[in-house]
Design a binder for this molecule. Structure first.
Ligand SMILES: O=C(CO)[C@@H](O)[C@@H](O)COP(=O)(O)O
Length: 229
């Protein structure tokens, strides 16, 4: 993939956040990585989605140093970089402040797996991170945000759970590429909304674990059969 192709993909993925109603103003960012080249492209910080162009994307090396671009990269860059370093199979990362997912993050609650839509994409609850310490907040905050996500995934496979809620902050999602990460961000917002409504209808909810496994495995297991060949 050329650098220009990477910038085009990441620009389009950022515009897709607007199309899906996940962001307003400058409240989110998408990045993607070219692991062969060791290059990440990310949205510039504080730049409106209106008239966002591929040439506005910022290219970084694996430490997050700018190697190309006229703008400062997203303020969340070091969180994205930490995720790329820790989760070696992912190719794209998304951060938004979409309403329902952010509400669960602000409430500090995992989104429980209580529906087949959730289970189609996530093998378990969507986890919420712990409170950040004073040292973490005062130090390299965005890098530490990545580190608390990685800590939360100590016993969780990030391929089976392609997203997280950062407590008091909002959702991050990822996927095999930028498009997939945006798709998972859309799913997270929808399941967050459905779970919120379902709990209001019936606070005593659960779901048969067999149903969760069935729905996850029929899309992601070795004998997956959902969709077309
Ligand atoms: O989390 C926040 C703000 O709370 C940021 O992700 C959001 O404003 C987007 O920042 P950038 O414009 O990408 O630097």
């Amino acid at each position: 993939m050329t650098r220009n192709e990477l910038k085009e993909i990441v620009c389009q993925a950022n515009l897709d956040l607007v199309k899906h109603g996940l962001v307003i103003f400058t409240w989110g960012n998408v990045s993607a990585i070219d692991r062969n080249e060791g290059i990440v492209a990310i949205k510039p910080s504080g730049v409106s989605y209106d008239n966002l162009k591929p040439e506005d994307m910022v290219l970084l090396d694996m430490e997050g140093n700018v190697v190309e671009g006229k703008w400062k990269p997203s303020s969340d860059t070091q969180t994205h970089m930490a995720l790329y370093r820790a989760f070696e199979s992912i190719g794209g990362v998304v951060h938004t402040h979409s309403t329902y997912a952010t509400a669960w993050a602000q409430a500090g609650r995992d989104i429980p797996n209580i529906g087949t839509t959730h289970a189609d994409y996530f093998s378990r609850e969507i986890p919420c991170t712990r409170d950040m310490t004073e040292t973490e907040v005062k130090g390299e905050y965005e890098l530490e945000t990545g580190n608390v996500i990685i800590e939360r995934f100590n016993q969780i496979n990030p391929v089976h759970v392609p997203g997280v809620l950062v407590k008091n902050h909002g959702p991050f999602s990822w996927g095999k590429d930028a498009h997939d990460a945006v798709h998972n961000a859309v799913v997270m917002e929808q399941v967050a909304k459905m779970a919120f409504i379902a709990y209001n209808i019936n606070p005593q909810l659960d779901m048969n674990p067999l149903l969760i496994e069935k729905h996850f495995m029929r899309k992601h297991g070795p004998n997956a059969y959902y969709g077309q060949k």
